[in-house]
Write a protein that binds this ligand. Structure first.
Ligand code: FMN
Length: 198
């Protein structure tokens, strides 16, 4: 499929610019088209050997139950200030009404074709990064917001059990709480970009 270059580039850069980490969310509206676009993004994202070493679970009906579990787990694992901080963060995220759980499928990520185990791990991680950006851009294109959260230390086991995935076959990669942004993202920190044309 070919795309009209100038317009497509402008649209893509507009989405990359609009994509920000948004951690305080109000209830979003999630259309069937939105879910179809998320599915398409997961199917179209490149990965080594096209292995697609992921399992993506979008929680909509079960979103409240998931955040009850998150809050219970924070209460059980963390103490003092840290517990209060994480509970406040969780409160800001559950209100969006939807959460995407990204898991790595370890069988699909396994080394193939003589690739060394360490290289296979690296390639799986790169594919998972591409997947998360693709999902994030779809979310942005639908006027919604999200962030990446890595709460593995206390949540991985509970999240796997909630999704019905065996811990020996899957690994939690990230939570992406989705909703309508409550506040504008802070000014973007100026980065060097790190690309030279030579
Ligand atoms: C691999 C990766 C891991 C990240 N982990 C977290 C995280 O655990 N919690 C969080 O709030 N943000 C996390 N972020 C968000 C970054 O802090 C954020 O993308 C960066 O500061 C730039 O801000 P922006 O996303 O608003 O442009 C992560 C981003 C990436 C790409």
């Amino acid at each position: 499929m070919s795309v009209a270059t100038a317009e497509a580039a402008e649209t893509l850069l507009g989405l990359l610019d609009a994509r920000r980490s948004t951690r305080r969310l109000a209830a979003g509206t999630f259309s069937e088209r939105f879910f179809a676009d998320l599915r398409a993004a997961a199917a179209l994202t490149p990965s080594a050997f096209n292995s697609q070493p992921w399992r993506v679970v979008a929680l909509r009906e079960r979103n409240g139950a998931f955040w009850d579990l998150v809050e219970g787990t924070i209460g059980a694992w963390l103490a003092g200030d840290r517990r209060e901080r994480y509970l406040a963060r969780a409160a800001g995220m559950r209100g969006g009404g939807m959460t995407i759980l990204v898991f790595e499928d370890l069988a699909r990520a396994a080394p193939r074709d003589g690739v060394l185990p360490a290289d296979a791990r690296d390639q799986a991680a790169q594919g998972l990064g591409m997947l998360q950006l693709a999902l994030w851009l779809v979310i942005t294109a639908h006027g919604l917001a999200t962030s990446l959260q890595h709460w593995h230390a206390f949540l991985e086991e509970a999240a796997l059990a909630f999704a019905g995935l065996p811990p020996e076959g899957f690994r939690l990669v990230a939570l992406m709480p989705v909703g309508t942004p409550v506040e504008a993202a802070p000014e973007r920190a100026e980065g060097p970009g790190q690309l030279s044309v030579e």
